[in-house]
Write a protein that binds this ligand. Structure first.
Ligand code: ADP
Length: 177
């Protein structure tokens, strides 16, 4: 991400973020309501480095971001060290965990491993600014929101790929299209 030359692209964060229209939806966790088994299945079915955590599927309001490796280690730990944890145990990323019914399995509390202020840009943020922020803050990823709703994610690799694409194009078409 060396600032070697002027970045002339008029692209916006929404043009670079994933998922693309044809991609499967963003893999997100909800701050409550998911079981250990469901979270493990999401981790096993994807190879993303991290997952946004939202209030609920309907609102898509961002709560934080969790790294895949921290999630894997914490779930393994909970299974091994926390008495009674099974696939049906509920996972909570919330501040407050409601009392679990004494008959059911204990809850797993994971708020401690959540990044509560992940970097975000809006869908209309120009890529020029986004690239600058990635460079200056040394970001690995940024989340993309619209009116507080989580829309997507841009990783450092997405930014690099986008810049490589721009560099391969006729400079005029980048500046004036
Ligand atoms: P990298 O871009 O370094 O390979 P990832 O493996 O995390 O990092 O992401 C691979 C691709 O999937 C990227 O294009 C990224 O934008 C996208 N992506 C990352 N996390 C998620 C997620 N939770 N849900 C959907 N897509 C994601």
């Amino acid at each position: 991400l060396e600032p070697k030359e002027e970045y002339g692209s008029k692209a916006l964060a929404q043009d670079v973020m994933r998922p693309r229209r044809s991609d499967p939806p963003l893999a997100v966790l909800t701050q409550e309501g998911m079981s250990v088994g469901e979270v493990e299945a999401m981790v096993a079915d994807t190879d993303y480095s991290g997952f946004p955590v939202v209030v609920c599927q309907e609102s898509q309001r961002l709560v934080g971001f969790i790294l895949r490796r921290d999630l894997v280690i914490s779930l393994e730990n909970a299974r091994q060290r926390q008495e009674g944890v099974v696939s049906a145990s509920l996972v909570f990323f919330t501040d407050h965990v409601p009392a679990q019914p004494t008959s059911g399995p204990p809850a797993v509390k994971l708020r401690g491993i959540l990044d509560l202020s992940p970097f975000t840009v809006t869908d209309h943020t120009p890529m020029e600014i986004t690239v600058d922020i990635f460079r200056k803050l040394g970001l690995r990823q940024s989340l993309v929101t619209h009116n507080g709703r989580l829309l997507g994610i841009i990783t450092k690799k997405d930014v690099l790929k986008h810049m490589a694409q721009m560099a391969n194009r006729d400079p005029d078409s980048i500046l004036f299209n």
